[in-house]
Design a protein around this ligand. Structure first.
Ligand code: SAH
Length: 410
């Protein structure tokens, strides 16, 4: 009996009445482990190089200082910022309010190209688009744009790859390449807005001030956002600052998702921004979460939940708990009950649960829970007074759904 099947049989006695927990021995086969067989956690990125500084890395004041250094009047920084944040352009040919002489050099210095499009895949009748971007050093990242009734959501990447090594997530399997710069994060939103303005998203097309734009941003693409903390916060400040400083998206429409880096969750709660925080929990018990979310080795379920509750207390923002439902792994009725118990023990009305049907990843033999197990899991949470909504996970057909972003040039 392998250690994994042994763990399965240590499941609660009442589990015997339901489906037993199985952990297929072949799963996680690609997961990098250390000498003792524990999943590797990678915090330091192998590549430290960052792209050239871009105006989105800087505050408006810093941009002005830079423009002056380049021998131009400070107000040029405002003009450039308007082009970038309001018109989504970095093309000097479109900046006719800037004098022709010196324009190219100024734009080159302030708006160096960050993302080169490699591929664009569409599904859901054009309402979901996955972008594959190549960065200046060849690293690849993806973002996913989704049109819903009344909102347009962009799922952005915060790192190239990911060091958190969750065995059910495709991004984790290749490890971490590097942190994205703040501007590389922001530029994904600008690029999406540009695509929308060009009529790319389900035929939405309207230019000028009424042009539809990205309204909601979720930091749920490649990477662990809280492992790239400083650049994440800079990117969020640019995304939320009104023009010409930034994009003017409401912080209430931004969601930061994390595997549970507890000290960083505490820091985020102190930033004074009404962001939504989402915790990728996936199991209410340490025994299973140790396997599904390797960071659990360092910060246990209870610590992660305590910090999520503190986040709610400090910000007043209801926290989301993400829970990928994996057949016979974490979808047992007793686990739904234990989850409800742990959440209710920390108060009422502070949290909601977002189960996600497991999306397939290459080489994985795990599958999504059955519709019956899914319905029962949700019913039990609801019955315990925990608001629960199954995530409408988009883009499965184009490997653009939760956990599928692997950024292969193919
Ligand atoms: N690293 C952060 C941000 C990624 S968000 C985090 O883990 O929270 C992506 C979400 O999709 C996370 O909740 C992640 O656990 C979940 N996910 C990963 N692989 C998945 C899969 N195969 N099916 C469904 N959800 C998955």
């Amino acid at each position: 009996m392998t250690e994994h099947t042994a763990a399965a049989h240590r499941a609660r006695p009442d589990a015997a009445a339901e489906h037993v927990q199985v952990r297929p021995a072949a799963e996680g086969g690609k997961q990098a482990t250390d000498a003792s067989g524990r999943p590797l956690l990678q915090f330091a990125s192998p590549r430290r190089s960052q792209p050239e500084t871009h105006l989105a890395d800087l505050t408006l004041e810093e941009r002005k200082a830079r423009v002056v250094e380049l021998g131009q009047p400070a107000f040029r920084a405002v003009q450039l910022s308007n082009h970038y944040f309001e018109r989504f352009t970095a093309d000097p040919a479109e900046m006719t309010d800037l004098p022709a002489s010196g324009r190219n050099a100024l734009v080159e210095a302030m708006l160096p190209p960050l993302l080169t499009e490699v591929r664009r895949l569409r599904t859901d009748a054009g309402e979901t688009i996955k972008f594959l971007w190549r960065l200046f050093d060849g690293a690849l990242v993806e973002s996913v744009l989704m049109r819903y009734p009344g909102r347009v959501t962009l799922c952005v990447s915060s790192q190239a790859g990911c060091g958190m090594n969750c065995p059910f997530c495709a991004t984790g399997q290749a490890g971490l390449t590097r942190n994205l710069s703040a501007a590389e994060i922001v530029d994904q939103v600008i690029a999406a807005n540009r695509a929308i303005a060009q009529g790319e998203l389900g035929g939405l097309r309207q230019s000028g001030h009424n042009a539809p734009k990205v309204t909601n941003i979720v930091f749920m693409g490649m990477g662990e956002p809280l492992a790239n903390y400083k650049r994440l916060i800079t990117a969020i400040r640019r995304i939320t600052a009104p023009a010409p400083e930034g994009l003017g998206v409401s912080a209430r429409h931004l969601t930061v998702s994390s595997v549970g880096l507890v000290p960083a969750i505490r820091r985020l709660a102190d930033e004074g921004m009404p962001l939504t925080f989402a915790l990728s929990l996936h199991a209410p018990d340490d025994e299973l979460r140790d396997e599904l979310v390797p960071i659990n080795d360092r910060w246990k379920v209870d610590e992660a939940l305590d910090s999520a509750r503190e986040y709610f207390e400090k910000t007043g923002r209801r926290v989301s708990i993400e829970y990928a439902l994996i057949k016979d792994m974490n979808d047992h009725a007793w686990r739904a009950d234990l989850l409800a118990e742990k959440l209710n023990a920390r108060g009422r009305g502070w949290v909601h649960v977002n189960p996600i049907p497991l999306n397939p990843t290459p080489g994985s033999i795990w599958t999504a829970s059955t519709p019956q197990a899914t319905a029962e899991f949700i019913r039990r949470l609801d019955a315990a007074g925990i608001p629960t909504t199954l995530r409408d996970t988009r883009g499965k057909e184009i490997d653009g759904a939760c956990g599928q972003l692997a950024a292969v040039a193919g």
